[in-house]
Design a protein around this ligand. Structure first.
Ligand code: MG
Length: 289
């Protein structure tokens, strides 16, 4: 099942909707059952059983639909309590930097105000001069958990989405006392989407082609098979420290090819178009404005 949040282009009030994407069309959740929440976060928090039920329903029976070009897609999940990222989590990305593979996951975080839709613009922040790109596989937590054993970790995963971990390298690496936070959490620094693909459709998230194109040139090209600390391990490990909540997003790290390690470095500028793409999930496209 592919979950989307959207507004109708012809709705002056811009009311938010939650839907199931079927090909080039969307079935509104509220046409499946009246009165259910119109955000994925609320759906996960109060109507998770309904969501599980929808997954088993044949969508053919729901004729009330809009087409994808009638809507503006929002981030498929928003208002998350946590947006957690993992650094140095691809074997080939560590090799690129001549760094040993980390024995434990390296976590950092972004605020949920970084989340934007799959085709939204990214305003060039006035505070940086070194804007960089990172395509990442992200997964979304479906239910609350703490101290989750690795054997049941996947029960807590709702599904997967394509993410862009936009980064301001000057603030990440040279300023702010070595803390990555500011360099990673400027507004619009986490475009995600175009939908969340529930985990039943992707039995193995560690065998997906993952690419990033800048102005049509492929700058990152790898496979999620290069991921060091895998989805179940990340869920289990992180939950030893903090309670995971429905809607939490975890970005699993980026493959090689990011701009900062090029000689000379390749940083983004206004007008650049970044496309992040993951096999079986989809492509997001964001222009720097
Ligand atoms: Mg990253």
């Amino acid at each position: 099942m592919r979950l989307v949040q959207y507004i109708l282009k012809n709705d002056p009030q811009g009311m938010r909707h939650l839907g199931v994407r079927v090909g080039e069309e969307i079935v509104n959740m509220q046409s499946i059952r009246k009165g259910v929440p119109n955000t994925l976060l609320e759906m996960l928090t109060t109507h998770k059983n309904f969501l599980d039920e929808v997954e088993t329903m044949p969508m053919d029976q729901f004729k009330e639909r809009v087409t994808i070009n009638q809507v503006n897609l929002l981030p498929p999940i928003s208002g998350s309590d946590k947006v957690v990222c993992v650094g140095m989590n691809y074997v080939d990305h560590c090799e690129e930097q001549n760094c040993p593979v980390p024995e434990e996951p390296i976590f950092f975080s972004k605020f949920s105000t970084t989340l934007v839709g799959p085709f939204d613009p990214i305003p060039y922040p006035k505070m940086t001069k070194e804007l960089d790109f990172e395509v990442e596989l992200a997964f979304v937590i479906g239910k609350k958990g703490k101290d989750i054993p690795i054997s049941s970790a996947m029960d807590y995963v709702l599904g997967y989405t394509t993410a862009h971990d936009v980064s301001a390298r000057d603030w990440q690496l040279k300023k702010n006392g070595g803390q990555w936070l500011i360099g990673k959490t400027m507004d619009a620094f986490s475009p995600i989407g175009p939908h969340i693909v529930t985990k039943s459709e992707i039995p193995d998230p560690h065998n997906l082609a993952i690419k990033c194109h800048v102005n049509g040139v492929t700058e990152q090209n790898s496979n999620t098979g290069q991921i060091i600390h895998r989805v179940d391990k990340l869920v289990s490990f992180l939950s030893q420290f903090c309670t995971l909540l429905p809607g939490d997003i975890i970005l699993t790290g980026t493959p090689p090819g990011v701009g900062v390690f090029r000689k000379p470095p390749l940083f983004l500028k206004k007008g650049d178009v970044v496309e992040c793409e993951i096999e079986k999930i989809g492509l997001i496209r964001n222009e720097i404005v």
